[in-house]
Design a protein around this ligand. Structure first.
Ligand SMILES: Nc1ncnc2c1ncn2[C@@H]1O[C@H](COP(=O)(O)OP(=O)(O)OP(=O)(O)O)[C@@H](O)[C@H]1O
Length: 508
């Protein structure tokens, strides 16, 4: 299924109400027209024009609340994630434009952002989806100076960044990316999720260099992994939701930094440039150019987000811009980038697997229950079923208000009696008794027919699944190995990785 990238724009409220504010018009909350100030010389802008226009899935103006952003952008994405589709929401924009405010939120609970709201929504939805069983796992990582680090490793609170374990990436022969040394945490409720988010943010702050305290110089990826099971079909699915807060997108010339900070800025610039290159390459390929190679491997971030940017993933971008003319150059850079992203589409599919053994087991049990019920029904004409408890102890008379009942009404009363929902049938005449017996005979025949039909259906289904299962078991080990290395199965290898991690830790 094709899934067009969705691109949202969020304008940060202006700090000052002076003439320095960016002048713009918003049409239907989808089209932003930015008026170009005459006195501002911007090399990148064609001076013949007095405005530039940009289109979005939706534009959130300066008055938009956190809740509005969450409902519009995130809710549909999480619903599809809970159905078994991979998804990524990433915030992109210059430093201070509101990426962290949008993704994580501000100090108060009311101003919480996309990530904490997502956790609440996921657990609320899980409670409602009663025919599914879900398990949720969380990991949280940071990419800083082209190295990836685990933000949920408690040891990182005690040691400086230089001594942190770097997350190792490796690709299997199917080009799937796997991660080593990234902890994955089981999460049973919203509070546990929030605690993990807070711990990660805390570790990130503690590790930060002086400049980081006011501005985040790293990319952050908060990942929710879901293992789901549709209990009615025994279909298992695994999906991933990446919530990404990218580092500020401003150019080095603007940030005017030196030394270590210049190094950081270079890495950020480089990784965002590589991100841009990936987007351009994907755009060209979409427009029919012969682009086999997409340069994902140029940076850690694009390697990690490979699936989000041209694979099996529903991808959403939130572009954040400030509303001051001072930042116009960066604002235009963000707006232009977002237009390119908005043209992309991914091919998405549900990451599902049927547990054939579980299906066969269930069908065998159903068949056994049906055979037992059928035997009992043949013997006594009634079936003991927990669902059919007597609702009332009152007598049901074949007569109502002294008037004789018709055949259908008698059948209904007899059915209640046979289902043990009433204890007696009060028969007052020979004709009534005759009609009751007739009704019993009819109902018995109908019920028998239903049983036979259902048994035949279950037996056929059982036979079919049995055949598939046998075929599957007979498949060569080569094919099984291939299946096991698919990205959907990454989570199942978690324990293996954790064992490797725990073996490595004492030596570090
Ligand atoms: N929409 C908004 N409404 C109110 N305040 C906002 C909004 N967006 C951002 N802010 C405030 O602006 C400041 C900078 O925002 P934020 O830290 O989210 O920027 P950022 O894009 O994440 O920057 P960096 O790239 O440095 O991490 C914060 O104090 C934040 O609370």
């Amino acid at each position: 299924m094709k899934s067009q990238f969705e691109v949202y724009l969020r304008l940060k409220p202006s700090n000052n109400q002076s003439q320095n504010s960016m002048q713009y018009q918003l049409y239907h909350n989808k089209r932003l027209q930015v008026l170009l100030p005459r006195n501002v010389k911007l090399g990148m802008i064609n001076n013949n024009r007095d405005n530039l226009e940009f289109n979005f899935t939706h534009v959130f103006d300066q008055k938009s609340s956190q809740d509005q952003v969450f409902s519009k952008v995130t809710v549909p994405v999480i619903n599809s994630f809970l159905d078994g589709y991979n998804a990524t929401i990433f915030a992109y924009g210059q430093t201070g434009s509101g990426k962290t405010y949008t993704m994580s939120g501000a100090e108060t609970w009311q101003l919480r952002g996309v990530i904490p709201r997502t956790l609440s929504y996921i657990f609320d939805e899980i409670d409602k989806r009663t025919k599914f069983q879900y398990k949720i796992y969380i990991s949280f990582m940071e990419i800083y100076n082209e190295n990836a680090y685990d933000l949920l490793e408690k040891r990182h609170l005690e040691i400086p960044l230089e001594q942190w374990n770097k997350i190792a990436l490796y690709e299997d022969d199917q080009d799937n990316i796997h991660l080593r040394d990234l902890s994955i945490h089981s999460c049973n409720n919203e509070q546990e999720g929030i605690d993990l988010l807070m711990m990660g943010n805390f570790i990130r702050q503690v590790s930060s260099t002086p400049m980081n305290q006011s501005s985040s110089r790293s990319h952050c990826i908060f990942t929710v992994t879901l293992e789901g099971c549709d209990t009615t079909t025994e279909t298992y699915f695994v999906s991933k939701l990446h919530l990404v807060d990218l580092a500020g997108s401003e150019r080095i010339s603007k940030s005017q930094v030196e030394g270590n900070l210049l190094n950081e800025a270079k890495y950020i610039n480089l990784s965002l440039t590589y991100l841009e290159q990936v987007i351009i390459a994907l755009n060209e390929r979409m427009k029919g150019a012969n682009r086999q190679h997409i340069p994902y491997r140029n940076s850690l971030m694009t390697t990690l987000l490979k699936d989000s940017l041209g694979g099996n993933c529903k991808t959403v971008m939130i572009a954040t811009i400030s509303s001051e003319n001072d930042n116009l150059e960066e604002t235009f850079s963000t707006l232009r980038f977002s237009q390119r992203v908005g043209q992309l589409e991914n091919e998405i599919r549900r990451n599902e697997k049927v547990d054939l053994e579980a299906v066969v087991k269930r069908l065998e049990q159903e068949k056994l229950v049906l055979i037992r019920e059928l035997e009992q029904y043949q013997r006594s004409g009634t079936v003991n079923s927990n669902n059919k408890k007597p609702q009332t102890q009152q007598q049901i008379l074949p007569q109502q208000n002294g008037m004789p009942l018709n055949k259908k009404q008698i059948q209904e009363k007899v059915e209640l009696y046979l289902n043990e929902q009433v204890t007696q049938l009060d028969v007052q005449s020979y004709d009534d008794a005759q009609m009751c017996f007739e009704a019993m005979k009819d109902l018995y025949n109908i019920r028998m027919k239903e049983y036979v039909t259902e048994l035949t259906f279950i037996s056929e289904k059982l036979q079919k699944y049995d055949e598939i299962l046998t075929r599957k078991k007979e498949q060569s080990s080569f094919l099984e190995q291939k299946e096991n290395s698919s990205p959907e199965n990454e989570i199942y290898k978690r324990n293996e990785f954790q064992q490797i991690n725990s073996k490595q830790k004492p030596n570090q």
